[in-house]
Ligand binder design. Structure first.
Ligand code: LMR
Length: 394
């Protein structure tokens, strides 16, 4: 049987992780996978997570099953963080998922069950696992323009022109905040225009929000998602706690489905529970429980939000310092976009050859499309990176 299996293309981000780990050079710099690192290169467990884990260890008396859609208290807490009061509770179907990727996968399966002929529209570029999952599920997909390679900003006119071709029932995948891989984001007035267009076209937004709190702050980063969810009759939202709670390996995520009425919500909720049952039965609970404990406890929540804010402002500082270092070396402002971008990533705009050169000569690892993880930098490596960028002739 196994001889019939075919070689699959390696996931570029995960392959790069392995290459970096295998590199023996002491001066290597990891700007690959989207994982936050502090100034000493560690990915710490957040303070509030540690405290919640201790409390949980003391208080938890059973590991018996929760519910197919996960503990409702987790759904309420995380949907509150993402959506605020944008959507009434009786219109919101919720199902805990193994991470943001699990939520995206489950959203796509739900779409496939409801409208198998729908085309999924993806930003060009997008997180490579989006098209990979869609291909795996055998769904139709196409792209809309998103990033202007010259200005390194959103090509909003191109995006709106392409989205004019969306058909009723098609799904448009949007990044809620901190666009991955470019770092270029929609403004709130642009979100408003996109919402109006999708409304006119009777299309369904699928919002991937994996970096809330990493861009302009917890509230600002959710503003576009809230606007769409409040306006459109149907919206799917996949939220991840991997980055903003640092729970990567715990696989903690939530799928939210905004329904047009209570009857539709009930049907959607039952379908989500069914999908969980088919795919993995009960979703992982440990990370979800920690998130719920943190969000529902004012003290833990304040500590978590403060630490997240330190991370966010630290990354903004790194952005400014890198843009300054490049300004000093090139005498131009052409890398000013690095300070304008938001979130963990910026797409530098280097060629694959230049990316390979920086890896081979300077031991700097970024994804082949020149996506850099800003959180992989620190005070000592900014100059190394700036030198490498200039040396590679970017
Ligand atoms: C990334 O884009 O690097 C992260 O979202 C991690 C991943 O799973 O790819």
């Amino acid at each position: 049987m196994f001889e019939h299996l075919k070689d699959l293309p390696a996931d570029k981000i995960i392959a790069l992780m392995a290459e970096y780990r295998a590199d023996p050079r002491d001066n290597k710099v990891d700007l690959g996978v989207g994982v936050y690192k502090d100034a000493s290169g560690n990915t710490p467990v957040m303070r509030a997570v540690k405290k919640a884990e201790k409390q949980l260890w003391e208080a938890e008396t059973t590991k018996t099953y929760t519910a197919l859609a996960g503990d409702p208290a987790f759904g309420r807490a995380l949907s509150g963080l993402v959506l605020g009061d944008a959507v009434e509770e009786d219109l919101l179907a919720l199902a805990a998922q193994p991470g943001g990727t699990g939520a995206i996968h489950q959203a796509l399966e739900l779409i496939q069950m409801a409208t198998p002929e729908a085309t999924v529209w993806l930003s060009a570029p997008t997180w490579p696992n989006h098209p990979s999952i869609i291909r795996h599920l055998g769904m139709k997909m196409t792209e809309y323009r998103y990033f202007d390679n010259e200005t390194r900003a959103v090509d909003f006119a191109g995006m709106m022109e392409d989205l004019q071709k969306v058909k009723a029932g098609d799904v448009v995948l949007l990044h809620g905040a901190c666009h991955n891989p470019t770092g270029a984001n929609l403004t709130l007035p642009q979100w408003d225009e996109v919402a109006t267009l999708l409304e006119t076209k009777a299309a369904v937004p699928l919002i991937d929000i994996a970096y809330q709190g990493f861009g302009d702050g917890l509230e600002a980063d959710a503003a576009g998602t809230r606007l769409v969810a409040a306006r459109l009759p149907e919206t799917l939202i996949a939220a991840s706690c991997s980055k903003n709670f640092g729970l990567y390996r715990e696989r903690t995520g939530l799928l939210m489905a905004v329904a047009p009425n209570a009857k539709s919500k009930a049907l959607t909720q039952a379908t989500l529970a069914h999908l969980n049952r088919q795919n993995f039965s009960f979703p992982p609970d440990h990370g979800a429980r920690l998130v719920q404990m943190i969000l529902d406890d004012p003290e833990l929540r304040a500590d978590w939000a403060a630490e997240l804010e330190e991370v966010r402002t630290g990354m903004l500082g790194l952005r400014t310092r890198l843009a300054d270092a490049l300004r000093a070396r090139t005498g131009s402002d052409r890398f000013g976009f690095i300070a304008e971008h938001r979130g963990m990533f910026s797409r530098l705009g280097a060629t694959p050859e230049q990316v390979a050169y920086m890896r081979d000569k300077h031991a700097i690892y970024m994804v082949g499309d020149s996506r850099m993880n800003i959180a992989g930098l620190n005070e000592n490596t900014i100059d190394l990176l700036a030198d490498a960028i200039v040396d590679a002739g970017v």
